[in-house]
Write a protein that binds this ligand. Structure first.
Ligand code: AMP
Ligand code: MG
Length: 335
């Protein structure tokens, strides 16, 4: 592993891109201060230039090198970063002028977090610069939670994939921006649901939906309704009675627990069933397995994937968000 870390660092130093594990999903990394390197990330992913990247810092103290934290939110930023960093919480903050335009898609703000993954942290620290890293998949496709998933997505386009096994969280970081309120706890605008839950954030402030735009300024770019899409159509079946299978078609079930007696498993003679949290129904396990299970079903040659909803509390909010986006994507691009 030491050799892989050294090689990753050398590649980043010379302006190349590498896939690195994070605790959320595998990231496609570039030196955030090198715009030519960052351009390679957009090219490899075929990501549109209006979709900004998250910047990862090696230590909390490096925040000032990428963001200018206004006095009104300095205290809450301190509290949040002490509570949740290193970890899967991304903060949108006013950007430091040293951060290249290409990283933020020209926005006056930058999205920043500190990864908790030991491999990512080691490379970040050794590089001595922040790392810009979106998920290591082709744009719009399922995020990779293993090195083999990265190989399938981008293997022929990047010089190195550092393999550190499966990701421990499985869904992308929670993204918030912060609005101070005089004499009251701040409002957190939730740009993307993720592993740090609304319930956890509520201890520090009021959580509200992100506004899409103020005037002409887009505040939540990249959060396209259609995202995380398998190639096979995915139907999120909120009510089992709404399932009307067509003769001769092959359907697979993306189940929560895979319970033999449950209303979804017994609904149809499924071609295959994949459970997010087999047996026990734990949301944390479901989050870790979500993209893996979506990929497995996508590779099963089905006509459609039928997804069972999970309860929309805690981590279930992030899981349902990803399932809805996968379902919307299929509607706009019928297979
Ligand atoms: P990814 O790196 O693929 O997990 O996606 C990063 C996401 O972070 C983008 O798609 C945006 O939705 C969000 N993001 C990054 N920078 C900003 C920013 N400055 N303002 C608002 N959202 C951002
Ligand atoms: Mg992504």
């Amino acid at each position: 592993m030491q050799d892989a870390l050294r090689e990753a660092c050398a590649l980043l130093q010379q302006g190349d891109i590498v896939a690195l594990p994070t605790e959320t999903v595998y990231g496609l990394a570039a030196d955030a201060f090198n715009p030519t390197a960052v351009a390679k990330v957009f090219a490899a992913k075929e990501r549109p230039s209006f979709d900004p990247l998250i910047v990862h810092i090696a230590a909390r103290g490096d925040l000032k090198t990428v963001a200018k934290v206004p006095d009104e939110i300095a205290e809450i930023v301190d509290k949040l970063t002490h509570a949740f960093w290193p970890g899967p919480l991304t903060l949108i903050l006013p950007r430091h002028p040293d951060v290249p335009d290409i990283v933020t898609s020209g926005l006056p703000t930058v999205a920043v977090r500190q990864s908790a993954h030991p491999v990512f942290r080691a490379v970040n620290k050794a590089l001595g610069h922040p790392i810009a890293a979106p998920s290591a998949n082709r744009f719009g496709s399922i995020s990779p939670t293993s090195a083999s998933a990265v190989t399938k997505e981008l293997g022929d386009r990047i010089p190195l994939i550092v393999d550190a096994g499966a990701c421990s969280q499985g869904v992308e970081s929670t993204i918030i921006s912060i609005e101070p309120r005089a004499g009251k706890k701040p409002v957190f605008r939730l740009h993307r649901a993720g592993p740090i839950t609304k319930e956890q954030l509520q201890e520090f402030g009021k959580v509200e939906k992100a506004r899409e735009a103020v005037g002409q300024v887009v505040l939540a770019p990249g959060q396209l309704a259609s995202h995380y899409a398998p190639r096979t159509p995915l139907i999120l079946l909120e009510n089992p009675q709404d399932f009307h299978p067509e003769d001769g078609k092959r359907y697979g079930l993306l189940s929560y627990t895979g319970d033999d007696d449950g209303p979804y498993v017994t609904l149809h003679d499924w071609e295959c069933i994949e459970a997010l949290s087999p047996g026990s129904g734990k949301l944390a396990e479901a989050a870790i397995r979500l993209f893996f299970v979506m990929r497995t079903l996508d590779e099963a040659g089905l006509d459609a994937i039928i997804a069972e909803p999970v309860s929309e509390t805690g981590l279930g909010v992030a899981i349902m968000d990803r399932l809805r986006r996968a379902a919307v994507a299929n509607k706009s691009h019928p297979a």
